[in-house]
Write a protein that binds this ligand. Structure first.
Ligand SMILES: [Zn+2]
Ligand SMILES: [Zn+2]
Ligand SMILES: [Zn+2]
Length: 253
């Protein structure tokens, strides 16, 4: 759904060449993934761009939302689940850590109080993630990572690993990401950042976990799409690519 860093690419007011690129893959909305099986769809994170992403993908049904953490670029589209509440006539199952669900209840306090007559508010059914859970008739394994000093969740679903927003993967989480076909992981830019991996750190982790393919996400405007892919191939990582908005692939279970 989205592959960009918190400010998105183009970044507001920025004159740089990536922000002015003609390559649509350099146009990055905030980071999110949709997992679909049959008619059912589960979204990871409701970004500020969720509405535009859902319009672009012609999303007609949403069965659950799963959150990685509560930063603004991952939750601010929460209110846009309302049309799916109305269409489907039911509350939206929402999954997250204790901390993330508490943040949602604070930031979107109006959604957790009785609505005024005639007013629509998001209707949700909260599920605290404290171990593996089931969605789309498949087990979802939570994978803890460190986003600076903040704990965040990644997920393993079948042969897919999704791990946005992290700077370090604890050793205890690594076995959960062994033997993957597809690993989507944070690679912000080349310049070190206290809360995100650099390209080199992401490549080191790919070399360690050895997925069949890897996709970088949460990408800043420092990395031009085509040039960076060519550079990865030259470095011996032709199975590693920058993700881009609208990217689709099948995942084995
Ligand atoms: Zn983020
Ligand atoms: Zn820029
Ligand atoms: Zn974050």
């Amino acid at each position: 759904m989205g592959s960009g860093t918190s400010m998105g690419v183009p970044t507001l007011g920025c004159p740089c060449r990536v922000c002015h690129s003609q390559d649509l893959r350099d146009n990055r909305t905030r980071p999110s993934v949709l997992l679909s099986r049959g008619e059912r769809n589960v979204l990871i994170d409701t970004t500020p761009d969720f509405r535009q992403q859902a319009l672009r993908e012609k999303l007609q049904r949403l069965d659950a939302v799963v959150y990685t953490h509560s930063h603004a670029d991952h939750i601010l589209g929460f209110d846009d689940i309302r049309p799916f509440n109305m269409r489907q006539g039911s509350a939206m199952p929402v999954y997250g850590s204790t901390e993330t669900l508490a943040a949602l209840q604070r930031v979107f306090a109006y959604a957790f109080q009785p609505p005024a007559p005639g007013i629509t508010i998001p209707q949700v059914e909260l599920h605290t993630i404290d171990g593996p859970f089931d969605l789309l008739d498949t087990a979802w394994t939570p994978v803890w990572a460190e986003h600076g000093s903040m704990p965040v969740l990644g997920f393993r679903v079948g042969r897919l690993g999704y791990l946005t927003d992290f700077s370090r993967l604890p050793d205890a989480s690594k076995p959960l990401l062994a033997d993957l076909d597809e690993l989507v992981l944070d690679a912000l830019r080349d310049i070190p950042h206290p809360m995100h991996q650099t390209v080199q750190q992401a490549l080191d982790l790919v070399a360690e976990l050895r997925p069949k393919r890897a996709w970088f996400t949460h990408i800043a405007h420092d990395l031009p799409h085509e040039e960076t892919n060519q550079r990865l191939a030259r470095q011996g990582f032709s199975h590693v690519h920058l993700a881009y908005d609208g990217l689709r692939f099948e995942v084995g279970l």
